[in-house]
Design a protein around this ligand. Structure first.
Ligand SMILES: Nc1ncnc2c1ncn2[C@@H]1O[C@H](COP(=O)(O)OP(=O)(O)O)[C@@H](O)[C@H]1O
Ligand SMILES: [Mg+2]
Length: 276
């Protein structure tokens, strides 16, 4: 049998993520905030899930809880059979602020190599060449440059390459395409979808952009304002591979958009009524 090239190996046996009755409260000087109250959901193995909702609805808190960075007040998160109470080795984050996630004194090559050195144990059948991943995100020409010599979109591509180089089973994206211009954003979205297809990791994308959520995801979940839990859940059955023009002009795309926008703009009680 032909040997599969390392870069094409999929992160098989990615376990599902289960969030059960999760509540998170932040206590501060001026009282406490219930960022999440009794949220339950499952992210299927290999799924691309998007979480949308207004600012303050608890999207980042939920993502951080999945990544083991936030403590539950009640309920919790498990991945496969393992309860998450510290950052799991098989997870990588890609945050909005790429300038904080890259090491400024390292070149593109060295930043990505840094990711590879912290590779998830047992996830890789061989060492995937750093150069290959950098090529995959279209940065071969900039491999020896420093982050400050790159545009925002290019820096975010380095951050994504670094995450991929460690061969994670799960990638968590928090507004990861939100800090770049519209054209770079579309390119990053397509690049991430290609990588997801190629490597087979589970992806959870937090975004306030409903169009981005529909364009990328298999399923979109709306969080109600003020941590009041899940308002709506929509399966996105649009053909893949997605394409910036065709997908966004698909008749079902507009239906999803209407439903999700309605849910994001609705009051939590109205969403409850819709769900009933
Ligand atoms: N570390 C923290 N300390 C105190 N309050 C926080 C902290 N992180 C988030 N919150 C509060 O929790 C709520 C949810 O925040 P967040 O998860 O960041 O929402 P979103 O990402 O949807 O904008 C907000 O009211 C926010 O102010
Ligand atoms: Mg946030």
């Amino acid at each position: 049998m032909a040997r599969v090239h390392p870069i094409q190996e999929r992160a098989h046996a990615t376990p599902p993520i289960k969030v059960s009755h999760l509540s998170v409260r932040f206590d501060g000087k001026h009282g406490s905030v219930d960022a999440l109250a009794d949220v339950s959901l499952t992210v299927k193995s290999g799924e691309f899930l998007a979480l949308v909702g207004r600012s303050g609805s608890g999207k980042s808190t939920l993502l951080r809880a999945i990544g083991g960075l936030t403590r539950a007040r009640q309920g919790g998160v498990s991945i496969g059979d393992a309860r998450v109470d510290a950052p799991p080795a098989q997870i990588r984050f890609v945050a909005q602020d790429y300038s904080q996630s890259l090491l400024p004194w390292l070149t593109v090559r060295e930043n990505v190599r840094f990711g590879e050195r912290h590779a998830v144990e047992g996830s890789s059948g061989g060492v995937t060449a750093v150069e290959q991943i950098i090529d995959r995100v279209g940065l071969s020409h900039a491999i020896d440059r420093y982050p400050r010599e790159l545009s925002g979109g290019m820096q975010q591509r380095v951050a994504i390459a670094r995450a991929i180089a460690s061969r994670p089973k799960i990638i968590l994206l928090d507004e990861a395409f939100g800090s770049v211009d519209a054209l770079s954003r579309a390119m990053l979205q397509d690049m991430m979808l290609d990588l997801w297809k190629e490597f087979g990791f589970t992806a959870v994308l937090v975004t306030h952009d409903i169009d981005e959520a529909i364009y990328m995801a298999d399923r979109v979940i709306v969080l109600n304002p003020d941590g009041k839990g899940i308002g709506a859940e929509v399966d996105i059955s649009l053909p893949r591979p997605r394409a910036q023009l065709e997908t966004r002009e698909h008749p079902r795309y507009l239906e999803y958009r209407r439903e999700l926008l309605g849910s994001v703009l609705a009051k939590p009680a109205e969403n409850k009524a819709r769900a009933a």
